[in-house]
Design a protein around this ligand. Structure first.
Ligand SMILES: [Mg+2]
Length: 228
């Protein structure tokens, strides 16, 4: 009997890279409006280079990019860049198709809901607030809870202990085969591969179910619960 639905956050509930691209694009637009002379594509590549190397968000990445590309940090350009970044980020932070109606249906079926994310606590909660999904979840496990990232089974074990359920009573959904599936599977948790996420062409995924639309999770859980 499936009692709990756990899900990955980035690229499973929402398109993280769409958000990132829109944030950086708008940051550059705002800086160009104030007088940035660096070519758009150069600035774009620089911010992403800094992001990939350090995984730092928003303010520090823009500050560093201005320093690298203009030899200093103009306060007006920085302020415009930060506001542009936040504006672009917020406009593009929304869910994949059918995320809300799926979660709503699972709640109606009496399931508990949870998130297992490799992101640190602050940005993970921040993104859930911006998606409007924070109140829906009974548990949110982030990197800071265990100090371990998927595919380690530890974040899943943490959720199992907190929710006091058996692994076979959980269905977990994630978009990255190597990271999302093995840890959950090793504990005996049922797994769904989110083909709508960042790895639509992944093969093989090792997951028990492979779905293109999040709403199909409802049918998977009904099917699993019928066989109990
Ligand atoms: Mg993911």
């Amino acid at each position: 009997m499936i009692k709990v639905f756990l899900t990955d956050l980035d690229n499973t509930l929402s398109d993280f890279m769409r958000m990132k691209r829109a944030a950086v694009d708008t940051a550059i637009d705002f800086m160009v409006n104030i007088g940035l002379k660096v070519p758009r594509s150069e600035m774009y590549d620089e911010i992403f280079k800094i992001y990939r190397a350090t995984h730092i968000e928003s303010q520090s990445a823009i500050e560093q990019a201005l320093l690298n590309k203009t030899g200093g940090v103009d306060r007006k350009l920085l302020a415009a860049g930060i506001v542009g970044y936040q504006r672009g980020r917020d406009m593009s932070t929304y869910t994949y198709p059918h995320v809300e109606i799926t979660l709503k249906e699972l709640l109606r079926m009496g399931l508990k809901l949870g998130v297992i994310s490799d992101a640190p606590t602050e940005p993970a909660y921040n993104r859930l607030v911006r998606l409007g999904l924070l109140p829906w979840f009974d548990i949110i496990v982030t990197f800071d809870d265990t100090g371990k990232r998927k595919p380690s089974p530890e974040p899943f074990q943490f959720a199992i202990e907190k929710l006091k359920v058996k692994p076979e009573e959980i269905l977990y959904c994630g978009d990255w085969p190597e990271r999302d599936i093995p840890g959950a599977k090793a504990l005996g948790i049922h797994t769904v591969f989110a083909r709508w996420g960042e790895h639509p062409d992944a093969l093989p995924t090792g997951a028990e179910f492979d779905l293109k639309d999040m709403y199909d999770i409802v049918a998977v859980i009904k099917k699993l619960n019928k066989s109990y």
